[in-house]
Design a protein around this ligand. Structure first.
Ligand SMILES: [Zn+2]
Length: 287
């Protein structure tokens, strides 16, 4: 079994855009605000997290000695299905002086910048696990995943991605890692003679391989699966969630209910824990 080196999508790069997408929605519906000294002020920098809004409770915060709430959204770094060598291109560009010239005070600049660029249609299989899932919390995290289409540096055009939903599972424990999942998908593609590097992988074949890999791996996990939605059935679930977020009143209702549970949680549990898990199996690709 070949174990190739892979391109990594770092954990932080994955969760922060999803989190920011959610916070934007919370601000839009006035659950939180950036304005100073309001009852619902929550700013995305320590030490100004409010410690009680849905974002703080679900994604966690740390405020020096003043306490911390562990994130209930577990994400691991994701790895490309294709080998590192086939997943990126490094290209050089002339580092210009401020006025767009290559010379300044008669000296020609010799330094060149180099930037790593992920080639189109590279797949990063990824599992997002929500711990202590409540109904509203699940819909919120799920919505953030569906509405995030940009990872990586904000100012570049290279971070465009699409999250394909493969499965949603309710279980009483965490399941396999992203790396194990990715390797299993790669093995299935090799076995089916569908792995290639000269042109991008076929999305439908990767999708089928990912479902095959999932079914093989989940059977070996020592967890009880309470409920499981796998593609194509999971698409119904996705459509229902999409409908909620396409409707202003329903979104407002959901966020209000979510906010109430977050406030209750803050009162009851502070930084304590309970335990159910809802892994969402995603396949992110750069397209
Ligand atoms: Zn907050």
């Amino acid at each position: 079994m070949a174990l190739p080196s892979r391109l990594v999508l770092f954990k932080r790069k994955q969760t922060s855009p999803e989190r920011l997408v959610g916070r934007e929605l919370l601000r839009l519906y006035e659950i939180i605000t950036d304005a100073e000294k309001q009852p619902n002020t929550c700013v995305y920098t320590s030490p100004e997290f409010c410690k009680q809004c849905p974002d703080c409770i679900l994604y966690g915060y740390a405020i020096g000695n003043a306490g911390a709430e562990k994130s209930k959204v577990y994400v691991d770094s994701a790895f490309s299905v294709t080998r590192y060598e086939a997943s990126h291109k490094a290209f050089s560009f002339n580092a210009l002086y401020e006025h767009g010239t290559m010379t300044e005070e008669g000296k020609t600049r010799s330094s060149f910048g180099e930037q790593d660029h992920v080639v189109p249609q590279v797949f990063f299989p990824s599992i997002v696990t929500l711990r202590d899932a409540t109904y509203e919390g699940f819909l919120y995290v799920f919505g953030n995943l569906l509405r995030t289409d940009h990872y990586g540096a904000q100012e570049t055009r290279t971070g465009k991605v699409y999250n394909h939903l493969l499965a949603v599972v309710w279980a009483n424990g965490e399941i396999f890692s992203n790396l194990r999942f990715t390797q299993a998908i790669y093995d299935v593609l090799i076995e089916r003679k569908q792995y290639r590097e000269r042109e991008p992988l076929d999305p439908l074949q990767v999708h089928a391989a990912a479902l095959g890999a999932y079914k093989g791996l989940i059977g070996e996990e020592p967890v009880v699966r309470v409920a499981e939605f796998i593609a194509p059935e999971v698409d119904e679930l996705r459509k229902e969630v999409t409908q909620i977020y396409s409707d202003q009143d329903r979104t407002r209702e959901l966020l209000a209910a979510l906010n109430t549970t977050a406030q209750e949680y803050t009162k009851k549990y502070g930084a304590k824990k309970r335990g159910t898990y809802a892994p969402l199996i995603l396949q992110t690709d750069t397209s």
